[in-house]
Design a protein around this ligand. Sequence first.
Ligand code: PTJ
Length: 242
Amino acid sequence: MIREKLVEGFHEGYVVPQGLIAHGRGECFDYLIGEKTIEPAFKAIQAAAAALLLAKHPVISVNGNVAALVPGDVVRLARAVNAKIEVNLFYRTEERVRKIAEVLRSHGADEVLGVDDATATIPELFSERRRASPRGIYIADVVLVALEDGDRTEALRKMGKTVIAIDLNPLSRTSLAASITIVDNVVRAVPKLAEVASSLSSQPRELLEGILRSYDNSKIIAEVLEHICQRLRELSSRMSKR
Ligand code: PTJ
């Protein structure tokens, strides 16, 4: 079903062929983690929810794959944390931007940035992803990205922003450069993040700050790698007993 959604987005002209290849890479890592939200990802989701709720200008960045897979959950998350939604594409064309904005609007988004207003430039970035809205990613203090390239994550960090990344590859440049890395499939991570954010939204600020203070991203990535090693060891011992 997930693949079909991407293929449909591809036929409708807003998912790029490179997005289908990226998805295949993601599936491989999803098998390695066991196709479920693992404990370190859940800890990262809690920290991400806290960061988004504490932010002054939170923004959710949407590309072709995200629009195809979780458009409704993006809108729900944006409502839960009062974030703006911005289209930001690696392979940017105005036609794709408009189609993605339309998909988001058809799922309930009131406002989609990055369409006619991507007039600001992220410094030291040379891909089409440098274009940002001066009311969105450009001034954001917290940006959520998914299936992202390492260059933009690094550039956003250099601008002093907190970057939350959803990426199934724990060793991608994005995963290593982000402030909070959620190693999980977007189809599980985005709805879970919306759910956790809704339940944390009534909590006092101090509790959210405490969650963020005790969060250590390198430790979380190490836990993900340990989970994969342990899972492979278990699978290998099961195979040797067959
Ligand atoms: O729509 P555009 O023009 O912005 O282009 C989007 C793509 C995905 C083509 C572009 O951002 C790209 O090429 O990304 P990368 O550099 O291939 O990175 C994608 C990362 O996302 C890889 O580390 C994959 O393992 C990971 N990934 C793939 N599918 C999923 C995923 N992570 C979470 N959930 C997935 N479903």
